[in-house]
Design a protein around this ligand. Structure first.
Ligand code: HMG
Length: 394
């Protein structure tokens, strides 16, 4: 159940925001019992972007360490997946390509299907490397999750980017065939072009996710995939970490297996650590789960990991990866922890101000206050153009 040549994740790096809102602050504002957040949905805090951070700065910050380690020579394709795009025409990856100093002999494109987009990018990257194994593809998942203030979705916001270098003979995780696929036309979560914040039918979205888990798994088994017992860990898309528990319980139920909390907890162990403190990072979420697992679990060499990627609307994919011998020397655990731990906690009123920030649409010169300590920042919106700068290369 492998590609004819071994292709997968050669390097993986994450970035998140300058600020963090603890759920205790949100609960203090809206009078919710904080246990609903900590235990009910499994979230402790959520990343909040500074005014001069967005999906471009996060994506560049995630990818820069990969470029400094591996160089740019073999990268001829950049695939950036997002559902919080900054432009309806220009791909955000073109800004990232420029900030990173990638060669002009490259193709850059943006992909969208809610939180699933990065998995489409990963599979396309594998196809490209298969065609020419000397090439590498930079895949970046970058998102800012934003719901209306005082809505049920508000507690499930967050922001992060995960960059992955996809290559032949990968050093970290080989991605295996087959994939189990599922698509259904549902209105569980969506964001019309005229809105900054997503619309969601909460209960419907949870139900649609569970139906997609079942559908993708059914197709995976029909395609000749692994048996459930072959997997050492399960990385799920995590809008909130309790969703991974619901999803895995549903999968075990579908397979007529024991669904006790210990069995679910063991399968998910270490996959929810980053998501619980970052929040929903949409396209990046399932790959944050992988980063969290690799960074925290005991030696996983040779182990098979399951991935369930879900994007509302809806599309899902179930697939497997095998952890490559020697992977631990390629991890970025310390810098991942640093990115998360160095966020500055903010008060509810600071968060609210950032949430309400938007640019006038008048084409004027609108400089952005310098807030981020990250390597890249949005300097201004000038004449309807977003101006970015590199403060430093990590
Ligand atoms: P809600 O109405 O605020 O919360 O909505 P609730 O009343 O359903 O409670 C949530 C859980 O907390 C429940 O547990 C309660 O019992 C428990 P459950 O029944 O689910 O096991 N609870 C407590 N536990 C301990 N102590 C307490 C307490 N009080 C309650 N005191 C909802 C929650 C997630 C629906 C809402 O936050 C929401 O709409 N979020 C956004 C949508 C979402 O994340 N959907 C997930 C599936 S869709 C998806 O994953 C795709 C997505 O990422 C987008 C994309 O693909 O692009 C969203």
């Amino acid at each position: 159940m492998t590609n004819t040549i071994s292709i997968g994740i050669h390097d993986l790096s994450l970035a998140t925001t300058q600020f963090v809102l603890p759920h205790t602050e949100l609960a203090g504002h809206n009078g919710t019992d904080v246990d609903k957040y900590h235990l009910g949905i499994g979230q402790r805090s959520m990343s909040v972007p500074a005014a001069d951070e967005d999906i471009v700065t996060l994506a560049a910050a995630a990818a820069a360490p990969i470029i400094s380690r591996h160089g740019t020579d073999q990268i001829r394709t950049v695939l950036l997946a997002t559902e919080s795009s900054v432009d309806q025409a220009k791909a955000a990856g073109v800004y990232v390509h420029s900030l990173l100093g990638l060669p002009s002999a490259a193709r850059v494109v943006e992909l969208k299907q809610a939180c699933y987009g990065a998995t489409a990018a990963l599979q396309m990257a594998i196809g490209l490397v298969h065609r020419d194994p000397s090439q590498r593809v930079l895949v970046i998942a970058s998102d800012v999750s934003k719901y209306d203030l005082d809505s049920p979705g508000e507690a499930t916001q967050g922001a992060a980017a995960v960059a992955m270098l996809i290559s032949a003979d990968p050093a970290v995780v080989r991605i295996d065939d087959p994939s189990g696929l599922f698509t259904a036309d549902v209105m569980d979560f969506w964001r019309p072009n005229y809105r900054d914040t997503a619309l969601v039918d909460g209960p419907e979205s949870v139900n649609a996710y569970l139906q997609a888990v079942e559908g993708a798994w059914k197709d995976y088994t029909e395609q000749g995939g692994h048996a459930l017992g072959d997997f050492s860990a399960f990385c799920y898309h995590q809008p909130f970490t309790k969703m991974a528990h619901k999803a895995h319980r549903h999968l075990l139920n579908t397979c007529s297996q024991d669904t006790d909390a210990d069995a679910v907890g063991r399968a998910l162990q270490h996959t929810t650590d980053y998501n619980a403190v970052i929040g929903n990072s949409y396209t990046a979420s399932v790959y944050l789960a992988l980063a969290s697992l690799l960074d925290h679990a005991d030696d996983l060499t040779g182990k098979t990991i399951a991935f369930l990627s879900y994007g509302s609307g809806s599309v899902a994919e179930f697939f497997a990866g095998s952890v490559v011998p020697g992977y631990r020397t390629h991890l970025r655990t310390a810098s991942h922890r640093e990115a998360i731990d160095s966020r500055r906690p903010i008060t509810y009123s600071e968060y609210r101000k950032l949430h309400e920030h938007s640019f006038p649409a008048d084409g004027g010169d609108h400089p952005v206050p310098e807030e981020t300590s990250g390597p890249y920042r949005l300097v201004s919106l000038t004449g309807h153009k977003r101006i970015y700068e590199a403060l430093r290369h990590p």
